[in-house]
Ligand binder design. Structure first.
Ligand code: GAR
Length: 224
């Protein structure tokens, strides 16, 4: 089963790239119909161009308010007939009207083990706090920042004396595996949300090969 997604991004776009690469590799059964970027000059725009994916650059500063910006995005997303909206480093809050229009169809990745360390600097905040295990979370988006039922998490140990950059590099490497995996589960129709619980129907794929000092739950499958 394939699905059609849109990606909303504000920055470098390494998570968007991970989706592009997993589709090319044949592990992710999705079509990226549209990328919307709210920051002119962001790295994700080049990545979209290189992959031949339509990319709409909408500078939010050109809009009167959040609602009018979000409604413009909503029009574009409807026109592109996307099933899932994938936030990949999209650093703006979405308005309640936008989330109502796409209820249950927006997912996000965050560089910390939610509900700890939400916000703009989850990874750095976790390191500053002195946690021994950090990681990343893919979740459905609700109105509160970085909230919503959790689909998959990767736990990444914090090494002694490591810098924010070093930790973030290892967290990003896991983001690039768990996010396409989560989208693949959506494409396969294996995800159901019951209250705050996200239930994953068992599939037939083998587990992914494991190396390194991380833990992912639910476990990654072959190709991710
Ligand atoms: C990622 O680390 C993502 O988890 C984070 O932004 C980065 C975007 O990187 N998102 C958040 O902090 C959301 N609260 P990318 O542009 O290279 O994909």
């Amino acid at each position: 089963m394939a699905c059609t997604i849109a990606i909303l991004a504000s920055g470098n776009g390494t998570n968007a790239q991970a989706m592009i690469d997993k589709i090319a590799f044949g592990a992710l059964d999705a079509t990226i119909a549209l990328i919307i970027c709210n920051r002119p000059g962001a790295g994700v725009i080049q990545r979209a161009a290189k992959a031949g994916i339509p990319c709409l650059v909408l500078d939010h500063r050109q809009f009167a308010d959040r609602e009018s910006f979000d409604m413009r995005m909503a029009e574009e997303l409807r026109a592109a007939r996307v099933q899932w909206i994938v936030l990949a480093g999209y650093m703006r809050l979405l308005s309640p009207a936008f989330l109502q229009a796409f209820r249950g169809r927006v997912i996000n990745i965050h560089p910390a083990l939610l509900p700890s360390f939400p916000g703009l600097h989850g990874g750095a905040d976790a390191l500053a706090y002195g946690v021994k295990i950090s990681g990343c979370t893919v979740h459905f988006v609700e109105e509160q920042v970085d909230s919503g039922p959790v689909i998959i998490q990767a736990a990444v140990p914090v090494h002694a004396q490591e810098s924010v950059d070093e930790l973030m590099q290892r967290i990003h490497a896991m983001e690039h595996r768990i996010y396409p995996q989560a989208v693949q589960w959506l494409a396969e129709g294996r995800i159901a949300v019951v209250g705050r619980q996200v239930c994953l129907t068992p599939g037939s794929k083998k587990p992914a090969s494991r190396s390194g000092d991380w833990l992912v739950w639910p476990p990654l499958e072959e190709g991710f």
